[in-house]
Design a protein. Structure first.
Length: 509
């Protein structure tokens, strides 16, 4: 375990050097617009001073969870389902599966925030999270893992004229190959240069072959899983940040048979993580809403009003479906939409236009970058994380899906470790509270336009959409909700947080 301790020390000594700036002021709790949390000013590509402290807290929690799970791995009573779920959890919390052995998948997805971004200073500023190469950032906020495995394989519904399913904000984890979008989502970050940064998917197989849970992997997926002849330079290759050289896309040089075995390990890696995400630990259906539907509790009057608005005047249920005959209430329809969210000038991606020390530029467009969402994926013929459009017929549909992003589940939308903890919302994290989101849905087309940073932004005015292409004008913009009705909707959405305990079992009687 010595290499793990060294990695913990390395993480504790994180620094972005000259990128450190003054910390943002402490946000205030509260739900009324007058007390809404405000984003810090544009950091111009610089990190908040509290970054190291915040990350150290998250890393300590990741290490604790991994240690507890390694202990649970030794439980001889684990059945086959328990084994694969435990393996998936270990893979999710293992930071050694990144190029610098300093970033687990869970750095961006922790339980206490509903398996999304756990670092408040980043939620307030850069929104996206640093990769294993700490100067590289992606272009979007982390999505939640919760209930993700319920998404169908991405397909085009001709009658609806819509894409349905997949994973990631842009649906690019289509699931066409493994028939499992969440498994293919798990395969994206390890080889993405701005995330876990490995230059070759075979490096995941190599690192797992050295892990303390190797035997569990072999128990689940076969004793010959790692019967691979590794080249002498595999360690050097797997500590070299991606992307790989243009003339050597698979720098871990393996025989055809060994490459097939390594690819199989990578598929099993994704499938095990998906099995864990499917488990009651991640997708439990234990919110107050679920208790109310089961007849074991009742909504408060405000929550009840919010639910009625959700299914009626506010039109939320048209996209965030709460179920119908034969449906589980997943609070999404797995389609995509352009809500007209304003540009978030705090995104770190705008400041990654110049090549880094390794000559890699995550965003050659710099400040001119515009995220085209699903449309960009549909045009993708080459991707850093291997997520390609699998159907050439879809390419022609790209213009109708520019600027659209996947409709997320609303389950656990307000899960947080403490009441004043700030989360970010939407693909670019422009909103910092559920109240801001609801107010935007209600008033986007009613309030006057303003620019970012103007007085009244998010309260009495809204900046223009980052991209108005394919703007959804049917289900939001002028809902005519009162302030009290907005608050009622927020109250209902908070009732979708899992882990709810019925305070009085007789309440439903």
């Amino acid at each position: 375990m010595g290499h793990r301790n060294r990695a913990v020390l390395l993480l504790g000594l994180f620094t972005i050097g000259s990128l450190l700036v003054s910390a943002a002021s402490k946000p205030q709790a509260g739900t009324s617009r007058s007390r809404e949390v405000k984003s810090t000013s544009n950091l111009g590509g610089k990190m908040p001073a509290s970054f190291e402290r915040d990350v150290a807290r998250v890393v300590a929690e990741i290490d604790r969870i991994e240690a507890d799970t390694l202990g649970a791995m030794k439980d001889a009573s684990l059945d086959r389902q328990g084994q694969v779920r435990t393996l998936g959890k270990l893979l999710l919390f293992d930071k050694h599966l990144s190029v610098n052995q300093n970033e687990a998948c869970s750095l961006c997805h922790t339980p206490e925030t509903g398996f999304t971004g756990p670092v408040q200073s980043l939620n307030l500023t850069t929104v996206s999270y640093p990769g294993s190469v700490r100067s590289r950032f992606s272009n979007r906020k982390p999505q939640s893992y919760m209930y993700a495995p319920f998404a169908p394989v991405l397909h085009y519904n001709a009658l609806q004229g819509d894409f349905v399913g997949g994973n990631f904000w842009d649906m690019r984890a289509s699931g066409y190959r493994l028939q499992n979008p969440s498994a293919e989502q798990a395969q994206g970050p390890p080889t993405n240069p701005v995330e876990m940064g490995l230059p070759d998917s075979a490096c995941v197989a190599y690192r797992v072959s050295q892990a303390a849970y190797r035997k569990l992997f072999e128990t689940v997926w076969g004793p010959d899983s790692f019967n691979i002849q590794w080249p002498p330079d595999v360690e050097k290759v797997c500590t070299t940040p991606g992307p790989p050289p243009a003339n050597d896309q698979y720098p871990v040089h393996l025989s055809a048979a060994d490459r097939a075995r390594a690819d199989h390990v990578y598929d099993c890696f994704g499938l095990a993580i998906s099995a864990y995400e499917f488990s009651p630990e991640v997708s439990p259906f234990t919110s107050k809403y679920d208790h109310v539907q089961a007849g074991t509790d009742q909504f408060t009057p405000q929550e009840k009003l919010g639910f009625e608005l959700f299914r009626g005047k506010a039109r939320c249920n048209e996209c965030h479906r709460d179920g119908g005959p034969g449906e589980e209430p997943l609070f999404t329809d797995f389609t995509a939409s352009n809500l007209g969210v304003p540009r978030n000038p705090g995104l770190q991606i705008y400041y990654e236009g110049q090549p880094d020390q390794r000559g890699y530029s995550p965003n050659p467009s710099g400040g001119a970058y515009v995220d085209k969402g699903v449309g960009s994926f549909l045009r993708t013929l080459q991707s850093d994380s291997g997520q390609l459009n699998p159907d050439s017929e879809w390419i022609k549909r790209a213009p109708k899906f520019d600027a659209k992003f996947q409709v997320p589940t609303l389950r656990n939308v307000d899960m947080r470790p403490r009441p004043d903890f700030v989360k970010a919302y939407m693909h670019n994290g422009y909103f910092k509270s559920v109240k801001e989101v609801v107010h935007f849905y209600n008033t986007r087309d009613v309030l006057p336009k303003c620019t970012a940073g103007d007085p009244g932004e998010k309260v009495t005015c809204w900046p223009a959409p980052e991209d108005s292409t394919n703007l959804n004008k049917r289900q939001l913009g002028d809902l005519k909700l009162t302030d009290q009705e907005e608050d009622a909707l927020v109250s209902f959405l908070r009732a979708l947080t899992d882990g709810y305990k019925v305070p009085n079992p007789r309440a439903a009687k």
